[in-house]
Unconditional design. Structure first.
Ligand SMILES: NC(=O)C1=CN([C@@H]2O[C@H](COP(=O)(O)OP(=O)(O)OC[C@H]3O[C@@H](n4cnc5c(N)ncnc54)[C@H](OP(=O)(O)O)[C@@H]3O)[C@@H](O)[C@H]2O)C=CC1
Ligand SMILES: CC(=O)N[C@@H](CCC(=O)OP(=O)(O)O)C(=O)O
Length: 346
């Protein structure tokens, strides 16, 4: 059995990790980390775990944890993982960080967009960007994985094949994304109160959202050029789900079949990416509770643009599911172990 510790197990992403790992046949969660609930029963924090998880919450002592487990998940605020990790710890355990600390290769870019000083820049280079469909071989060898962001997972997977094959003019790419409120975490914040979110929709982080440089870096690597794009997130009144709608100019006239062949080239063998049938638009409801990313596209012949669409569950493929997919690869397990979750509907 792989012994796992979760720092930040009481947050939404950490809670989803617990839900998935509790039924993973090769994993035992032995450390339910928390800052506010130390010594409290985990099932008192999340009653859905009543009679399922008996453990009590522990602190965030990564040094002590590293002696007791094989893998540590950090589902904690930006900056925390970088402030705890060190060579001694990394020589003993594998770390999968759900925050953004090791996602962006240029430390100045991270510090600018996150407004934080990076506490462990020496590990940025070695960290592997854990988007399994794109970096599978590197993830298998990694001891530190930077689990991608939720908006970024959806945005990158949706455009990746066309960026990689040079079919779109990257300078024209515009990403409009919408997220349910669980994306903002469990912490009490005024903009996330029921009356602020319900019956409402708003854009936020316009031109400044921290996922912008992460998407630019990854799609830039795919396209082999520096990419600057517009990314505008929106908060919508639902619990889970992200929908990204992405617009770009096609470099030349192409048919539906030609574009479909490109998506199939990258995703036919990918269990968790479903390229939908012609004219079917992805919906968050069709992926809820699952590790699927549903993707499709439509060519607008009038404008020469292509509209790409993607949907994921932000807490599963956008966070905990992807983290478990990474863990499976790092430990040589079946990639989909514990993740064959059927989407729930309605
Ligand atoms: N929500 C989402 O959809 C996604 C989240 N992520 C990332 O995952 C991470 C967690 O997000 P999310 O679950 O939403 O956030 P939450 O606010 O729901 O949870 C944060 C967790 O971190 C713990 N924590 C906070 N501060 C500290 C600290 N100083 N030391 C130790 N533990 C601390 C909290 O513990 P306690 O409550 O016990 O004090 C809690 O368990 C973030 O980096 C986020 O960006 C990534 C992808 C998607
Ligand atoms: C709705 C909402 O507030 N979403 C969060 C992003 C969610 C997230 O998980 O960000 P990381 O993946 O980078 O950790 C935000 O906009 O900051």
């Amino acid at each position: 059995m792989i012994r796992a510790g979760i720092i930040g197990s009481t947050g939404y992403a950490g809670g989803e990790l617990v839900r998935i790992l509790t039924v993973h046949k090769d994993v035992e969660v032995v450390w339910y980390g928390s800052r506010s609930y130390i010594d409290k029963k985990y099932a008192d924090v999340y009653q859905n775990m009543f009679q399922i998880v008996d453990a009590v919450c522990m602190d965030d002592n990564m040094d002590e944890l590293a002696d007791q487990v094989d893998v540590i998940f950090t589902a904690t605020p930006q900056g925390l993982c970088a402030s705890l990790v060190n060579e001694g710890i990394l020589s003993k355990v594998k770390i999968i960080d759900l925050s953004a600390d090791f996602r962006i290769k240029d430390v100045a870019t991270y510090e600018k967009w996150y407004g934080l000083e990076h506490k462990s820049p020496q590990f940025i280079e070695e960290a592997v960007y854990g988007l399994c469909e794109i970096n599978r071989a590197d993830v298998k060898r990694a001891r530190l994985v930077a689990n991608p962001g939720c908006y970024t997972t959806c945005s990158i997977l949706t455009a990746y094949p066309l960026a990689k094959e040079g079919m779109i003019d990257m300078s024209t790419l515009i990403i409009d994304a919408k997220s349910g409120t669980s994306g903002a975490g469990r912490g009490a914040k005024l903009p996330n109160l029921y009356c602020e979110v319900n019956e409402n929709i708003k854009a936020y982080g316009v031109t400044t959202h921290r996922h912008t440089p992460e998407i630019e870096e990854q799609l830039g690597l795919a396209a082999g050029e520096k990419v600057l794009l517009n990314f505008t997130p929106h908060l919508i009144p639902m619990n889970r789900g992200i929908l990204a709608t992405e617009y770009a100019k096609l470099k030349k006239e192409v048919t539906y079949e030609e574009v479909k062949a490109v998506y199939d080239k990258y995703y036919t063998d990918e269990k968790f990416v479903r390229v939908l049938e012609k004219d079917v638009c992805p919906e968050t409801k069709w992926v809820e509770g699952s590790n699927f990313a549903d993707i499709n596209f439509k060519i607008d012949e009038r404008t020469g643009r292509i509209i790409m669409m993607g949907a994921i569950d932000n807490l599963v493929k956008g966070a905990a599911g992807q983290a478990v997919q990474n863990m499976n690869l790092m430990f040589g397990l079946k990639e989909s172990e514990g993740l064959e979750l059927v989407p729930m509907f309605p």
